[in-house]
Design a protein around this ligand. Structure first.
Ligand SMILES: Cc1cc2nc3c(=O)[nH]c(=O)nc-3n(C[C@H](O)[C@H](O)[C@H](O)COP(=O)(O)OP(=O)(O)OC[C@H]3O[C@@H](n4cnc5c(N)ncnc54)[C@H](O)[C@@H]3O)c2cc1C
Ligand code: FES
Length: 363
């Protein structure tokens, strides 16, 4: 693996939309998790402005392939001067181990701008609903950013339920202790350790959220942990629209992605979409659609600045709803059956199959 193969000026954008950022600090958080802090030059500040809970996508050269991996920002845009990502090592994982073992201060990494929908709704910044955060292992990162930001910008009561294997693997333990001490009326942190209490159960979730009903819920962690929390909240009658889930997955390798892309493109080659209508930031655009192109490719070709990041169907940055017409979704590692039923799709993986398609990106 190498640190950087792009020959770009720091402020220059690559053909794939990435930039170069320099690592200005490396922090060992635990024995198997490390944070990287980045310098963002003045000219890129606007491009790298982020919301608490969003992530950066990195493109890392590895054995002749360019692997894309997302890492959520653990920093807060309102409290921290620079963006920080925290990476936990995965057994046999290529990028997470490289980030933990090899990356040093001064290295340049290839990074795509912030993206993702796992963040607080800024239009409701003044609401007073309880904020209930569930973080499991490395899933603490986006949740920590939301927690720190909300403490600063709102008066909401906040409860964090944070699950880990054992005490030694608790990332941000000291920072959390300090925050809880400084905000005793507003912040409650509950640690759950597999080594002591075992895995989180639905009975525990019910007990932990008692007194915090009708809140906003943010959940990020291992699959079974998130499933337990989400299904319990739904069973308790909490509104699905206020339950937010972020799934940490790796995409398949680029050769597999390319093979899948070729198959999906060929399958859609005969479709004759005559009108693609895109609703974006309150504006309506009618654009051309080449047979076989994804919704995202058509939007980009038309010069529309729609949200996207990985372009491989695993980060969710390009989520949009189909308002009219038929489309076919290829890869999807993000959307649940319920979201699909509600009309959500991934613009980077979806191709029109009918003559007219109208899609809308969230505001
Ligand atoms: C939106 C989002 C945000 C995320 N935020 C964070 C975060 O803040 N912190 C964090 O730590 N993680 C985060 N992740 C997860 C992260 O992006 C990676 O998935 C994770 O670090 C593992 O990547 P890796 O390259 O180390 O593992 P991979 O190399 O992808 O390996 C994953 C698994 O597959 C096996 N494997 C190894 N080689 C291969 C191979 N050649 N082919 C197939 N499988 C192989 C490995 O043994 C391992 O079990 C996030 C993911 C998403 C989608
Ligand atoms: S851009 Fe990542 S899923 Fe579409």
């Amino acid at each position: 693996m190498g640190t950087q193969q792009l020959n770009l000026n720091p402020t220059e954008q690559s053909a794939s939309g990435s930039y170069r950022l320099q690592v200005c600090a490396v922090i060992d958080e635990t024995a198997d998790a490390r944070s990287l802090v980045f310098d963002v030059p003045e000219s890129l500040r606007e491009r790298f402005r982020y919301k608490p809970g969003q992530f950066l996508s990195f493109r890392v050269p590895c054995a002749g392939k360019l692997l894309t991996r997302c890492y959520s920002m653990a920093s807060s845009p309102v409290c921290d001067a620079r963006p920080k990502v925290t990476i936990k090592r995965v057994d046999g994982g290529r990028v997470s181990n490289w980030m933990n073992q090899q990356v040093q201060v001064g290295d340049w990494l290839e990074v795509l701008p912030p993206a993702g929908h796992f963040h607080l709704d800024e239009r409701q910044a003044d609401n007073e609903r309880p904020l209930v955060l569930f973080g499991g292992g490395s899933g603490i990162t986006p949740v920590f950013s939301i927690l720190k930001s909300s403490l600063q910008t709102s008066a909401r009561p906040i409860k964090l339920i944070y699950a880990n294997r054992d005490e030694a693997s608790v990332i941000f333990r000291d920072e959390l202790r300090q925050l809880a001490k400084a905000n005793p009326e507003r912040l409650e942190v509950v640690h759950i350790l597999d080594s002591v209490q075992g895995f989180l159960t639905d009975a525990q979730v019910r007990q932990l959220v008692r007194g915090h009903s009708a809140g906003d819920y943010f959940i990020c962690g291992p699959g079974p942990f998130m499933d337990t929390v989400e299904s319990t909240l739904l069973a308790l009658g909490e509104a699905a629209v206020r339950i937010h889930v972020e799934r940490f997955v790796s995409p398949p390798d680029p050769d597999e992605v390319l093979a899948q892309e070729a198959l999906a493109r060929a399958a859609a080659a005969d479709s004759a979409c005559e009108a693609l209508i895109v609703e974006l930031d309150g504006q309506r655009h009618e654009i051309a659609c080449r047979p076989g192109d994804t919704l995202l490719q058509s939007c980009k070709a038309a010069g529309l600045e729609v949200p996207f990041s990985c372009e491989e169907g695993f980060c969710g940055a390009c989520m949009c709803t189909i308002q009219e017409g038929e489309t076919q979704l290829a890869r999807n590692d993000v959307l649940s059956a319920k979201e699909l039923a509600e009309g959500w799709t991934l613009a980077c993986q979806s191709r029109p199959t009918g003559a007219r398609v109208r899609l809308k990106f969230p505001d």
